[in-house]
Write a protein of this length. Structure first.
Length: 296
């Protein structure tokens, strides 16, 4: 049996930091998109992403940083993330952070289910039950008669669909493309798309030093979060790290309360808890199955 490489504890800590950073990015995005056009905010985020990757990775990797084997699919994947970025920015204008992130977490369940017919993967009974609980949790959050903005809920559901397509293509392309090339091409496509979308969008006053700094900080947050995720998966297998990603729901809810004073109602809290528990249970089950398979 091959020896385990890396440091799983370090991997877990890196993922905990990454999801905290992503929750912080959602909070910053909500603040900025209520004041400025969403395409402009997202454009600056992607520009910072490209600049940082060029500064950090280009000296050692050169053209390999953006070289791909399946450029068409890589571009489609990047466009899916552009759509997800746009819909999340628009949704956060009218949605609390915690509930928005919880709805978007439909994506891991959808990826798991769609990977059966599309990628030939298998789902056991725990997986099916967990997916059902996850969908039930989201239903409690978006239930008819709830206080959430219907347009915001719709945007979050569209985002979950875009994220599902993005993650499925990530699984497929990871067989032929490097992680850094996927990250760089995603950021590059985002710059082009949102630069075009930003034309004619700015009608109000220019942001002050604080908000301009937050726009740059948003790009730093997103880039840092993705780098931490990449580093984490070099230290520990996905089956160990996947349950930890659901801490993002906790961070998002807590930061939403701390910054914006929003407290979810009882039904929404129950739904968020169901999503978190269902996702973590599926991931832990996968981890133990992987351990048994290695032991055999």
């Amino acid at each position: 049996m091959p020896m385990q490489t890396g440091n799983p504890t370090k991997g877990v800590l890196l993922v905990m930091g990454a999801v905290l950073i992503f929750a912080m990015a959602d909070v910053v995005t909500k603040h900025l998109t209520t004041l400025y056009p969403v395409p402009v905010v997202v454009l600056l985020r992607y520009v910072v992403n490209v600049v940082l990757m060029m500064a950090i990775l280009f000296p050692s990797q050169g053209a390999a940083l953006w070289k791909t084997n399946r450029t068409g699919l890589v571009t489609v994947r990047a466009l899916c993330l552009c759509a997800a970025s746009l819909t999340m920015g628009l949704a956060l204008r009218v949605m609390p952070v915690g509930e928005a992130v919880s709805i978007v977490y439909l994506s891991p369940f959808a990826v798991m289910l769609l990977a059966v017919p599309l990628l030939g993967e298998k789902v056991n009974l725990v997986g099916w039950l967990g997916a059902a609980l996850g969908f039930l949790g989201v239903f409690l959050i978006v239930r008819p008669g709830g206080a959430l903005d219907p347009w915001g809920v719709t945007l979050c559901l569209i985002n979950a669909g875009c994220s599902t397509a993005y993650n499925l293509m990530t699984r497929l392309l990871s067989r032929t493309e490097t992680t850094n090339a996927l990250l760089f091409n995603t950021a590059g496509v985002g710059v082009v798309v949102f630069a075009v979308m930003s034309i004619g969008q700015w009608h109000g006053p220019m942001p002050g030093a604080l908000d301009m700094g937050l726009m740059v900080f948003l790009g730093v947050l997103m880039t840092s979060g993705h780098f931490l995720f990449t580093a984490a998966y070099r230290e520990a297998p996905a089956s160990v790290l996947a349950p930890i990603t659901y801490l993002q729901l906790f961070w998002a809810g807590g930061l939403g309360w701390l910054i914006f004073g929003h407290i979810p109602d009882g039904w929404s809290l129950a739904g968020m808890a169901l999503v978190m528990v269902a996702g973590a249970t599926i991931a832990l089950r996968s981890h133990f199955e992987a351990r048994r398979a290695r032991a055999a």
